[in-house]
Design a protein around this ligand. Structure first.
Ligand SMILES: Cc1ncc(COP(=O)(O)O)c(C=O)c1O
Length: 389
């Protein structure tokens, strides 16, 4: 077992670690007093963590009004809620667009609807990590109702031009859902300026919160029917789900320690500054790529990522073995395999999967140097074994 102090954690695209001390403190403090929030208690002596988190996320993403920021368990939960809620009101056979860059949290809900015969699905290809806006426009048909696409690829670290794509979709009356699991907290996101109808985020990645939180901003909730029903602390005489925001989509007791932590994570990001976070990530990612490019048997799949994510294979050694050696011999925690985005891998590595290193604000330059040296040593050993056999 590797002790904490020897871990170089480069699996931040899965879940960021460590968390800022403020985040851990907020989660702990939120449990010191009973929950205080509108409609559910007579007490008002403490913080209303849910409102604090809603306002913090709305501030970071320029999401207006804050009541249109909805909290869920994570990005996957949000995408299921949005996709299923949209199709609750859609006649059978609507056309849906998504992309080969997308995560299973988008693909699986859509493929399930396709299997049930409820939608016709088109998966758009990408080139050099990007789905071209022209490709989107060419795929729209008169019955296209919705497009669901990732903002940032969790394998290639590429960021999609959701601004241009959103304009095209708006011109054609197509509802646009964007999966921002990899972009929120990493790059500036201004939802007042972006022509998207719904933007999904998760709490435990770039927003530096703890697992079990996430959500979405929704500009126009009307096309999304509630698919969960229950107590909201409001309009309780009504035996039907209130359609006000956020009660339309938020039912039951919130994960308030998680939301207290999320508010602290978002406040940490705002005080650090997203441009500063992005600039450091870009510098460290470029360093790692330059280092890995020195070895002839390393294939890097994304030489110019916009997010701190590097995917590669080493010729002469399996991905899982690279991951094992990195962890056991060097304390470098990476991720190997398909990264829950199987269609990307069909294109970049023939379905073999990749080794992925992903950074966070807390990754140090020294950790990058050690990780680069470790990967290069593994590649050199593999190379010498291949060339001597
Ligand atoms: C692009 C993308 N979308 C969605 C998800 C799912 O996020 P969550 O684990 O918060 O549901 C991930 C997580 O890896 C992701 O990278």
């Amino acid at each position: 077992m590797i002790k904490n102090q020897t871990i170089i954690y480069l699996n931040n695209a899965a879940t960021t670690w460590p968390k800022p001390p403020e985040v851990l403190k907020a989660a702990r403090q939120s449990l010191d007093l009973p929950i205080f929030g509108s409609g559910r208690t007579t007490g008002s002596q403490g913080e209303d963590y849910i409102t604090l988190a809603r306002e913090a996320v709305a501030g970071l993403l320029a999401a207006d009004p804050p009541e249109h920021v909805i909290f869920t368990q994570n990005a996957t939960d949000s995408l299921n809620l949005l996709i299923q809620g949209f199709f609750a009101g859609c006649e059978t056979g609507c056309h849906v667009l998504t992309t080969a860059l997308d995560h299973n949290s988008v693909l699986r809900p859509l493929y399930e609807l396709e299997r049930q015969g409820r939608i016709r699905l088109t998966v758009l290809p990408f080139e050099e990590g990007v789905v071209h806006p022209d490709t989107v426009e060419a795929a729209i048909t008169p019955d296209t109702r919705i497009m669901v696409m990732t903002h940032g690829s969790n394998v290639l670290g590429s960021v999609q031009d959701v601004s241009r794509i959103g304009e095209i979709l708006r011109d054609h009356g197509v509802y646009f859902m964007v999966d921002g699991a990899q972009t929120a907290g990493h790059i500036p996101v201004n939802l007042q300026a972006l022509p998207v109808d719904a933007y999904v985020f998760t709490g435990h990645k770039g927003l530096l919160g703890i697992p079990g939180t996430g959500g979405f901003y929704i500009r126009h909730p009307e096309p999304i029917a509630p698919t969960r029903y229950g107590g909201t602390g409001t309009d309780s005489f009504s035996l039907f789900q209130p359609l006000d925001m956020p009660e339309r989509f938020e039912v039951g007791t919130h994960n308030y320690p998680g939301l207290a932590a999320l508010a602290a994570g978002v406040n940490f990001i705002m005080s650090t500054g997203v441009p500063a976070i992005a600039e450091k990530a870009e510098r460290q990612t470029a360093f790692l790529i330059r280092e890995l490019e020195e070895e002839p048997n390393i294939t890097i799949h994304n030489e110019h990522p916009a997010l701190p994510i590097i995917s590669f294979n080493i010729q002469g050694i399996e991905n899982d073995d690279v991951g094992f050696i990195l962890a056991r011999a060097y304390g470098v925690i990476a991720r190997t395999g398909l990264h829950c985005a199987p269609l990307v891998h069909r294109v970049i590595d023939g379905g073999a999967g990749s080794v992925r290193l992903s950074l966070s604000w807390f990754t140090t330059d020294e950790e990058c140097r050690i990780a680069a040296r470790a990967v290069r040593e593994i590649a050199k050993n593999a190379y010498s074994q291949v060339s001597s056999s």
